[in-house]
Design a binder for this molecule. Structure first.
Ligand SMILES: Cc1cc2nc3c(=O)[nH]c(=O)nc-3n(C[C@H](O)[C@H](O)[C@H](O)COP(=O)(O)OP(=O)(O)OC[C@H]3O[C@@H](n4cnc5c(N)ncnc54)[C@H](O)[C@@H]3O)c2cc1C
Length: 386
């Protein structure tokens, strides 16, 4: 395929999510004045997904409200947007990306930020379960909730972040959700028993029933089944995790293992390609959260320019359960002790090492918590005092 000079760019950003936008923003901020093209498969400019399971499910809000940047931002920063277009092939020898309209773009450097896709419910009838990843999914779910109406029973499969947020929003609309979670605790036990018990309490108060240690085995119109037990359900929504969209990278010959493998500076196994956001497994860890995607895109930009990638703060995920804000700081997967330090602040530690903090309703400033987790001293007197 021949590529005209019009279709040659200095930087190609593949994927229309926050990782790509933050990469573009950081490139311009660092003074990069080359050509930047961003290709995204969804029909609208990059947007923030967190509101999809929260405000956008609870209220009729316009699309503009979730855009990562207003449309004029792309003109002002001279970032060319190609929405509604998917990159279907990457030829790394020729540094060329082929789009689904058979056009091609040659690039000097490229960011892979193709994100993740929700796992489907693989039980009989599972195809009827609604999923929640895109703005279109959120609109579909809101229509289903409005049609079902207040008082309707619905089933939410999965007691993780997305499932609990969706159930909380549906309950606030007057529906009666039952969350079915395979594990013995919410968040697949990763956040321990104390936060799970707290969440069970506030969810119960909000009218959400939670079934732990249970699996939906079948879905049919009007019901979900747990073995022989039938749960009435106007609809079923599944929030059972995501898969990185790393097929494009794997087909191009990049090193991939449950995500595109990168070093700490977001460099992949090819010198012209970087990866960030949900699709990247950076220095052995894949994080599927909003702040990580934004910060990753920014670091990748600096790395592309040969600069120090910059600060690497502790991971931070924010969520909502039954109207309560939760911030979880740190890579909370290898702790041995969990303890409430005081109302609204839960610490995860491994002996003397502070691994993470969970903060309810803003009981501690997040930036302070991030700094404390970075230092990692579980006996920091400031922890109890703040
Ligand atoms: C409903 C919901 C609620 C969430 N709430 C929170 C929250 O409260 N807190 C939090 O920390 N995180 C939250 N997250 C997670 C957060 O939104 C993600 O971590 C973040 O969106 C990842 O950004 P990304 O840029 O890596 O990928 P994505 O946002 O997935 O964007 C990737 C984009 O690239 C497109 N794409 C994929 N392949 C191609 C291709 N070949 N060519 C062109 N385009 C392509 C995709 O269609 C998609 O539009 C939530 C996610 C969802 C779905």
């Amino acid at each position: 395929m021949t590529v005209s000079p019009r279709d040659a760019t200095d930087v190609l950003l593949i994927g229309g999510g926050v990782a790509s936008v933050r990469c573009a923003r950081a490139l311009r901020k660092e003074g990069f004045d080359g050509r930047i093209v961003l290709v995204g498969e969804e029909p609208i400019p990059p947007y923030n997904r967190p509101p999809l399971s929260k405000e956008l499910l609870r209220e009729d809000l316009p699309d503009d409200l979730v855009l990562a940047e207003p449309e004029r931002w792309y003109e002002r920063r001279d970032v060319e947007l190609r929405t509604g277009r998917r990159v279907v092939e990457l030829d790394l020898d020729r540094r060329t990306a082929v789009l689904d309209d058979s056009t091609a773009i040659r690039f000097d450097r490229c960011l892979l930020a193709t994100g993740a896709e929700p796992r489907k419910l693989s039980v009989p009838g599972g195809e009827h379960a609604l999923l929640l990843r895109t703005l279109a999914d959120a609109r579909r779910l809101r229509v289903a909730a409005t049609r079902a109406g207040a008082g309707a029973r619905v089933v939410v499969v999965g007691g993780g972040f997305i499932g609990l947020e969706a159930a909380s929003s549906l309950a606030s609309l007057g529906l009666r959700p039952t969350v079915v979670e395979l594990g013995e605790r919410l968040w697949s036990s990763s956040l321990g028993s104390k936060l799970s018990e707290w969440a069970m309490g506030v969810l119960g108060d909000a009218g959400v029933t939670v079934r732990l240690g249970a699996a939906v085995t079948r879905v049919e119109p009007g019901a979900a089944w747990i073995g022989e037990e039938r749960l009435a359900a106007a609809f079923v929504v599944a929030g059972i995790g995501v898969r990185p969209r790393d097929r494009l990278a794997a087909d191009a010959g990049l090193d991939v293992s449950d995500g595109v493998l990168t070093d700490a500076a977001h460099r992949t196994s090819h010198p012209a390609v970087w990866a960030a956001g949900d699709v990247a497994r950076r220095a052995g860890r894949r994080i599927e959260h909003w702040h990580a995607a934004r910060e990753g895109g920014e670091r990748a930009a600096r790395s592309m320019l040969g600069l120090e990638p910059g600060a690497d703060p502790s991971p931070w995920v924010f969520s909502e359960v039954a109207g309560h804000a939760i911030d979880v700081i740190g890579a909370v997967d290898s702790w041995t002790d969990e303890r409430w330090l005081r109302d609204g602040v839960l610490a995860y530690a491994d002996g003397e090492r502070l691994i993470g903090l969970a903060i309810l309703d803003g009981a501690m400033p997040v930036e302070m918590a991030r700094a404390m987790v970075t230092v990692g001293n579980a006996r920091d007197p400031a922890l109890a005092a703040t």
